[in-house]
Design a protein around this ligand. Structure first.
Ligand SMILES: [Zn+2]
Length: 119
């Protein structure tokens, strides 16, 4: 694929969900759980030009999970369900941690799409 070729939004989103390079879709974005490759091993595309580009989506998605946890703990659970709340809080922390590479990959894919389509 040439650098100027347009990629559809859904292809880019699909590659992000599968944690693949948004440019070629052939190589993994991460070399381990959360260690991002600087460049795609297949097409040499720089994967994250500026870490601040993906910070917004990471921040918003973390805030969403945190808000969801607070909603469940303080709206859905009875006041005396102390251990259940601790379980929900632990689950939310675990969810935030385990979804990190997926959210990061999605943020990279969306940033890539915006850069290529708005240029
Ligand atoms: Zn690539």
């Amino acid at each position: 694929m040439s650098l100027d070729a347009k990629i559809s939004f859904w292809s880019c989103l699909s590659r992000g969900i599968r944690r693949l390079c948004p440019h070629c879709g052939q190589a993994k974005l991460f070399r381990s759980f959360y260690r991002l490759n600087k460049k795609c091993p297949h097409c040499q595309e720089v994967l994250e030009k500026d870490p601040m580009d993906t910070l917004g989506l990471m921040y918003i998605s973390t805030a969403f999970f945190t808000g969801l946890g607070f909603f469940i703990m303080f709206w859905l659970l009875p006041l005396e369900a102390r251990w259940l709340r601790i379980g929900v809080a632990s689950g939310v922390v675990l969810l935030i941690f385990l979804t990190l590479p997926f959210r990061k990959a999605l943020a990279i894919a969306l940033t890539y799409y915006m850069e290529k389509s708005w240029r």
